[in-house]
Design a protein. Structure first.
Length: 192
């Protein structure tokens, strides 16, 4: 007669030995260093970098076509504070900030402020967008010319939105990568 085999439970898995304190510290330091490196790269990516030496001069010589097909030279804007916003219809933060920029323009235009939006986008997309959300300030169809201009002004990654604030004498006073805030506009309005 066969006797039943005794039930056996599976052998417990060996528990890996705990890391010594020194090894744990090394892993912790490596994790902190890795996180710092990622944060550093993100900071670098979203900060305006040095402008090309002739960028301001080149900016004032530029001309763009408007969605209506007319010329939009930048030179006539020299002499008063100017906010230039680089944007695209496919850029959600760009689209979000446009109504705020429009309100800024309406409020500050009597005080001498000017605003120009340079669309880094397809002309048909910009026309369709502006039919739904008309803007009180001029819009230029910038395309690659606008991307190159943004890079010369310190936007090396070509990220959008990108905003440049120029004083009346034509010098860059401020540049911002990313979405504009109400606080930004308030601070810039105090600049002249």
């Amino acid at each position: 007669m066969n006797s039943p085999l005794p039930e056996t439970s599976p052998a417990p898995s060996p528990v890996p030995p705990a890391l010594p304190d020194a090894a744990r510290r090394r892993w912790l330091y490596a994790g902190v260093a890795g996180a710092a490196a990622v944060a550093g790269v993100a900071w670098w990516k979203f900060q305006p970098h040095a402008m090309e030496s002739e960028a301001e001069k080149a900016l004032w010589a530029m001309e763009f076509e408007t969605p209506e097909g007319t010329a939009l030279p930048l030179k006539p804007y020299l002499g008063k504070p100017l906010l230039i916003n680089f944007w695209a219809t496919w850029c959600a933060p760009c689209v979000e900030e446009l109504p705020m920029l429009n309100a800024f323009y309406r409020e500050q235009a009597p005080k001498g402020w000017q605003v120009v939006a340079l669309a880094i986008d397809q002309p048909s997309s910009v026309r369709k967008f502006l039919a739904k959300l008309p803007l009180a300030f001029p819009v230029g169809l910038a395309g690659m010319q606008g991307t190159d201009l943004g890079r010369s002004l310190g936007n090396l990654t070509g990220g959008l939105p990108f905003t440049v604030v120029l004083g009346g004498e034509g010098r860059v006073l401020h540049r911002k990568m990313g979405q504009v805030t109400a606080q930004d506009l308030q601070q810039w309005a105090a600049l002249r």
